[in-house]
Design a binder for this molecule. Structure first.
Ligand code: ATP
Length: 319
């Protein structure tokens, strides 16, 4: 089972385009990058669980119910009696999202006592992002969890920079990202984020990742694995909403590695790497055709795509 640790929240997506100042109606969607990845994994026939915290309130109940409906293992989600479920307001400028994240919410209140460490015996990989580093106690909790997982199972990290959460503390953010990178075996990063980190003196080549994927929006992605560097062109679509495209890519990447039985050793040749990249680009592109962040197509919907048939080997989609 693949475990993700991190935020789950309500995305309120503006129904009209333009500034939040003018927008008057919002659509309620489940979101939060690690939650999106978890749902994507399950839709791609990979067992997945989420370690997180929601408020003991109607939004928290809604989110856990939605996860359960998707088939995600919810045994590691806690209900917080002190803090409310996280919410985000999202505006779509063209199909591109902008976020306003709120503080003092349940996922930032994830404590070490909330973690059932027996998950490590069931996990084939641990995935995390950067959001929970922005506040305590979630920051210390996630670092402790990845520290205990290191060496036992592969660790995957989506850098996912949300500068808004770090106003006035950019240096702290960069230090935390560097620390997180030092634990990671698999890294996913957007090309803009890569440039940002490089401009702030972070040398990505100095880390020992086994695999790094750089996502480039409509230009596709680049996957780096040891000496192999592969540019993978995007799958052409007319996006409606790119919220969660990166998370869809992440889910597809991890799912492909699991289906191809490469998670444990993470050793791939160039052809296998290209297969993984083409699949991740396909799934991410198709996810932009639906609104909301839980927009990964289910494995059954991918039968017509060669890029999917050659990866989803552990399902009835086997060629
Ligand atoms: P986030 O979702 O947080 O913005 P990200 O920066 O990783 O994450 P992108 O690089 O925009 O996201 O997109 C991830 C992947 O989704 C790309 O590598 C690509 O495969 C696919 N994708 C995104 N936008 C498009 C597009 N306009 N057309 C085709 N594919 C796209």
């Amino acid at each position: 089972m693949i475990f993700s640790i991190g935020e789950i929240l309500i995305d309120f997506i503006a129904k009209e385009e333009g500034s939040l100042k003018k927008v008057s109606t919002f659509e309620k969607h489940a979101g939060g990058a690690p939650a999106n990845v978890t749902v994507g994994l399950v839709r791609l026939k990979t067992l997945a669980a989420l370690i997180s915290k929601v408020g003991a309130d109607p939004f928290g109940e809604f989110l856990v119910e939605q996860l359960e409906k998707e088939g995600v293992n919810i045994n590691y989600i806690r209900f917080d009696k002190e803090k409310h479920t996280g919410v985000v307001f999202v505006q779509l400028i063209g199909a591109k999202p902008e976020f306003i994240l709120y503080d003092g919410v349940a996922y930032f209140n994830l404590k070490i006592d909330d973690i059932d460490f027996s998950f490590l015996e069931k996990a084939s990989l641990l995935h995390f992002g950067s959001v929970l580093f922005a506040r305590e106690p979630s920051r210390s909790t996630v670092f402790e969890v990845i520290k205990r997982a290191k060496g036992k199972i592969p660790i995957s990290y989506d850098v996912n920079i949300r500068l808004d959460l770090w106003r006035g503390r950019e240096e702290d953010m960069i230090k935390d990202i560097e620390k997180a990178l030092s634990f990671a075996d698999i890294v996913k990063i957007g090309d803009g984020e890569l440039e940002f980190l490089e401009n702030h003196g972070v040398d990505l080549e100095s880390f020992n990742f086994k695999l790094m994927a750089v996502t480039k929006g409509e230009r596709g992605s680049e996957i780096i694995h040891g000496e192999i560097k592969t540019e993978v062109p995007s799958y052409r679509v007319e996006p409606v909403d790119t919220t969660g495209a990166g998370d869809a890519f992440m889910a597809a990447l991890l799912s492909a590695l699991w289906h191809m039985d490469k998670l444990e050793h993470l050793e791939l040749n160039e052809e296998e790497l290209l297969r993984v990249g083409r699949f991740a680009n396909l799934v991410a592109a198709l996810s932009t055709l639906r609104r909301g962040a839980w927009s990964v197509p289910r494995a059954e919907e991918l039968k017509e795509y060669k890029e999917a048939r050659e990866v989803l080997i552990r399902t009835e989609l086997r060629p």
